[in-house]
Design a protein around this ligand. Sequence first.
Ligand code: NAD
Length: 270
Amino acid sequence: MSLRIGIFGGAGRMGKMLVREVLDDEETTLAGACLKEGEEVGRTLAEIVERPANDELKAALLTISPEKMMNALDVAIDFTRPEVSVHNAYVAAATGKPIVIGTTGFSQDQLNMLSEAGNHIPIVLAPNMSVGVNMLQALTQMVAQALEPKWDIEVLEMHHRHKIDAPSGTALALGEAAAEGRKVQMKAKGVYDRKGAQGPRKRGDIGFAVLRGGDVVGEHTVMFAGDGERIELSHRATDRRVFAQGALVAAKWIAHQQPGRYGMKDVLGF
Ligand code: NAD
């Protein structure tokens, strides 16, 4: 039987793309889309995602009620905002439905709440669903583990002008991968702001730099700067579809998992 997928944040940049991916995938059926109250009022889902109104789109639910959406689906995919995703994860837990969350910018408290929901249902939480970025994360951990701490680690990222959180969830995950490789805590080593006379760089710091502008989909570089040489590991996303496709792979995978909080590493088997 076809897997019924519902999209939370269905009118957003990622949400619309996900609706189209689900429609185009032969193994999935679009259960519907959940929008924010007051968004796209009076428009059909077909109009919102700019597709002809076929039977699947006509049958799909369009709602502002997370509960109604959750009851109509087998797996939820959520690309919204942190507080909304946490709420949706609790609704998913109450209805026993697995959820894939692509939203970024969670506080530690919110992450703890998602882990709590993960005691009841399977949750995939991944700040970046692309295969390439997850490989970059694995490589970063490997290189950080192999190199001595005298190699300075800096994470540089650039995104489009609309992005609201910084550094990106992916940049933070890359910093975490480097910290894990070095067996240190990001809490102690992460440096996020540099302005004015800060003094020299501290050995072992993991620094972050953020650029915003234009329509850049997402670029990340992890630098290992040594004396007289530098290694740069880079990833450039040129099409948002890679995130939507990764989310769909995660949705198919999570449909068969036990409760728990998972990442793309688990989904991709890295
Ligand atoms: P967006 O602003 O275009 O879309 C977010 C949507 O969520 C909006 O349509 C908004 O109205 C909707 N929303 C807000 N409150 C809601 C509610 N209560 N119920 C339903 N919908 C609600 O943003 P975007 O570019 O689509 O990104 C969304 C999130 O996904 C961001 O956190 C972004 O950083 C993240 N993102 C993750 C990946 C990944 O691979 N994990 C890739 C791209 C973006």
